[in-house]
Design a protein around this ligand. Structure first.
Ligand SMILES: CC(=O)[C@@H](O)[C@H](O)COP(=O)(O)O
Ligand SMILES: NCC(=O)COP(=O)(O)O
Length: 238
């Protein structure tokens, strides 16, 4: 059954815009779980544009579901994740100045690096996921680096979906089928929304987890956080 992990980066964006503590990122983590979220995702970027390192420490004791920490595996990031012992770490190949995550790993050229980093997290009992494009060569490369899961980068799906849903989802179905053959767990995320989520789940029902933030927090401005989370859950389990 697919789990919904709510990414609360954008709560922190709003909080940081005034330099204070409102809206509370911790309250958001607590309430998202109370409203039905089955995980909390944060991406503490090096510039702390939204989620800060301190947020990660503040949130951890209040996670009653699953804590997924995303980021580029710099030594500082690795130590942070090991220190708080996240339930899952999602490795993304982001450069510090990137506007957002916009591509998956080259799992072939980064093979040795990923094997080393993944091995450190697995030795600590932390589930690993690596951000990948729906490229069959990269999925095959992912099967060789020891990761527990992949996370399919779904922005291309979300962009093409309104134009041609079947064409948009096709590469993701093929990538998921291959990952399944390799016994890799399958997460998905980036630009998923109330518009495109149900179709993706219908076509790939064995997705383990979707992590959704930007659109969900935007929807909550109009629907409220409780109703929004319920609507996203209804897309996953109608
Ligand atoms: C990895 C991914 O696709 C997103 O979770 C990413 O963390 C979004 O980052 P921003 O919220 O900084 O755009
Ligand atoms: N891994 C994807 C994620 O956590 C949230 O991405 P988005 O919904 O903010 O685009």
């Amino acid at each position: 059954m697919t789990r919904l992990s709510v990414n609360i980066n954008k709560i922190a964006t709003l909080r940081n815009s005034r330099g204070g503590h409102m809206p509370s990122v911790l309250d958001a983590a607590i309430n998202c779980q109370k409203f039905g979220a089955e995980g909390i995702t944060v991406h503490p970027r090096p510039d702390e544009r939204h989620i800060t390192r301190q947020d990660v420490y503040d949130i951890k004791p209040h996670i009653s579901t699953e804590f997924n920490i995303e980021g580029y595996p710099s030594e500082a990031f690795i130590q942070l994740v090991l220190d708080v012992k996240a339930d899952q770490v999602t490795l993304v190949p982001d450069q510090p100045g990137q506007l957002t995550s916009d591509h998956g790993w080259d799992t072939i050229t980064n093979h040795d690096f990923l094997v080393d980093v993944i091995g450190r997290f697995k030795a600590a009992g932390i589930r690993t996921s690596i951000f990948v494009d729906p490229d069959l060569k990269q999925i095959e490369g992912a099967s060789r680096v020891g990761t527990d899961r992949i996370e399919l980068y779904t922005e291309p799906y979300a962009t093409l979906y309104p134009i041609d849903a079947d064409k948009a989802v096709e590469p993701f179905v093929k990538a998921a089928e291959l990952a399944h053959e390799f016994n890799l767990g399958i997460n998905a995320g980036h630009d998923l929304s109330l518009k495109n989520l149900k179709f993706l789940i219908d076509k790939i029902p064995y997705i383990d987890e979707v992590s959704i933030g930007h659109a969900l927090i935007a929807d909550a401005l109009y629907l409220g956080l409780r109703n929004t989370i319920h609507e996203y859950l209804d897309c996953i389990r109608p």
